[in-house]
Design a protein around this ligand. Structure first.
Ligand SMILES: *Cc1c(COP(=O)(O)O)cnc(C)c1O
Length: 355
C-alpha cells in the first residue's frame, strides 16, 4: 500500500474546543465545520466537537448531513439562503441561515415557512464581502422583524483583519454602536478575534481554524496558544538517489547539488494536497529530523534532502506537517496559509483516526 496517510486526532480537536471555551467567557460556540471540517472530515469533527453549542457550515447539504448524524444543536448556514427553495428545509431541520442581501428577505416574505426560523442578519462593517450596509440597519432589522417566517434574529458581522495588527476595533466599534439600540443577540468572533479580542465575544463565537490546531496569527504559534495539531500528514521515503555535484533532481531540474548528496523520494505530491508551489527548502521531518524539500513537487512525489539523515532510507517515516512540524510553518514557507493546506487534503489520502 502507498504509505501516505493523514492521522487525524479526535482528542486534539476536543482539546482545542476546550481552549476555545476557555476564551469564550459565557458566549456560546458555533464550531465552524465548513469545507469538510477544514479537511478533517465532517463526521469525525462532529464527534470530536460534540460539546460545541452549535455548528456552522456553508451548505444545506452539509447541514442535512449533520442532522442525519444526530446533531441536535443549532446549525448556522454561513452563506445561506442560496434560493427560496431552501427555506422549507431550514424550517424542517431547524437550520439558521445567514441573511445578507435583500432578495433573501423577499424570499422569506413570499414563501414563509410553516414553522418560523431563527436567522442571522449579517452586516458589513468594513470587510466589504457579504452583508447589508451598516447604515441601513434600522430598515433591515425592522423589515426582518416584521416577517412572519422569522422566529428570532441574531446580528452578525465578520472581521477582515482580526489576525493582523490593524485588528478589529475599526469594524467592531461601528457595528456595536449602530446596532446597540436593537438589543438583539450578536456574533462577530472568528478564531483570531476570539483568541485576541475578548470584547468581540458577544452571544455566539464562531471559531474554525483554532479547533484544528493551527494558529491564525503569523507571530504566535499554535503551541503558544495551547492548541494541538489535529491533522498529521505523513508518508515514507520510497526511493533514494545519490546526486553528484552539478546534477539536478525532479522536473525542471530546479534543484542542483553543489556537492555529492543523498536525496529521498517521498510518496506525497500535489495530488495529495501538498502545495505544488512549495519551493526548495520547505521544512519536512525525516526520521524525526528536520530536513527540507528539494526542487519541484510532482503529482505523486516530492524530494527531500537526506544530508543530515545518514540513517534514512527506503521506509523512513516522513512528516509533511502536523505533530513535530506545525502546519503553519509549512504554510508560511510555501507562501500560503494553514487554512489552504488543511482544506486541500486530497480525497485519495487514507485517513487514520487517532485518539
Ligand atoms: C470560516 C468562517 C469563520 C471561521 O473562521 P476561522 O478564521 O477559521 O476561525 C467564522 N465566521 C465566518 C462567517 C466564516 O466564514
Amino acid at each position: 500500500m502507498r504509505p501516505i496517510q493523514a492521522r487525524i486526532s479526535i482528542g486534539a480537536m476536543a482539546h482545542n474546543l476546550r481552549v476555545a471555551r476557555s476564551h469564550a467567557g459565557g458566549a456560546r460556540i458555533f464550531a465552524v465545520v465548513k469545507a469538510n471540517a477544514y479537511g478533517h472530515g465532517l463526521s469525525r469533527a462532529r464527534r470530536a466537537l460534540a460539546a460545541a453549542d452549535g455548528f456552522a457550515v456553508l451548505t444545506l447539504e452539509e447541514a442535512a448531513n449533520l442532522r442525519l448524524m444526530g446533531v441536535d444543536q443549532p446549525i448556522v448556514l454561513l452563506e445561506g439562503l442560496f434560493g427560496a427553495d431552501e427555506i422549507a428545509t431550514c424550517s424542517e431541520l431547524d437550520l439558521w441561515p445567514v441573511l445578507h442581501h435583500a432578495a433573501q428577505l423577499d424570499w422569506l416574505q413570499q414563501q414563509p415557512p410553516a414553522r418560523p426560523i431563527q436567522v442571522f442578519l449579517k452586516f458589513d462593517s468594513g470587510m466589504h464581502r457579504l452583508g447589508f450596509p451598516l447604515v441601513e440597519h434600522a430598515a433591515i432589522v425592522a423589515r426582518t422583524k416584521s416577517l412572519a417566517g422569522v422566529a428570532g434574529i441574531t446580528l452578525m458581522t465578520h472581521f477582515a483583519q482580526a489576525d493582523e495588527p490593524a485588528g478589529v476595533d475599526w469594524q467592531l466599534q461601528p457595528f456595536l454602536h449602530e446596532l446597540a439600540g436593537h438589543d438583539l443577540p450578536w456574533s462577530s468572533a472568528n478564531s483570531a478575534a476570539l483568541l485576541r479580542y475578548p470584547e468581540t465575544r458577544g452571544t455566539w463565537v464562531r471559531p474554525g481554524l483554532m479547533l484544528y490546531g493551527a494558529s491564525p496569527f503569523a507571530d504566535v504559534t499554535a503551541a503558544e496558544l495551547g492548541l494541538r495539531p489535529a491533522m498529521t500528514l505523513q508518508s515514507e521515503v520510497i526511493g533514494v538517489q545519490r546526486l553528484q555535484a552539478g546534477e539536478g533532481v525532479g522536473y525542471g531540474q530546479l534543484f542542483r547539488a553543489d556537492r555529492p548528496m543523498r536525496v529521498g523520494i517521498v510518496a506525497c505530491g500535489y495530488a495529495d494536497g501538498y502545495p505544488r508551489h512549495a519551493l526548495t527548502g520547505t521544512p519536512v521531518l525525516v526520521d524525526g529530523r528536520a530536513s527540507r524539500t528539494l526542487g519541484r513537487v510532482s503529482m505523486d512525489m516530492l524530494c527531500v534532502d537526506l544530508s543530515d539523515c545518514p540513517a534514512a532510507g527506503v521506509g523512513s517515516p516522513v512528516v509533511l506537517w502536523g505533530e513535530g512540524l506545525p502546519v503553519d510553518t509549512v504554510a508560511s514557507a510555501a507562501g500560503t496559509s494553514s487554512y489552504e493546506l488543511l482544506c486541500a487534503l486530497a480525497a485519495r489520502v487514507p485517513v487514520a483516526e487517532t485518539n
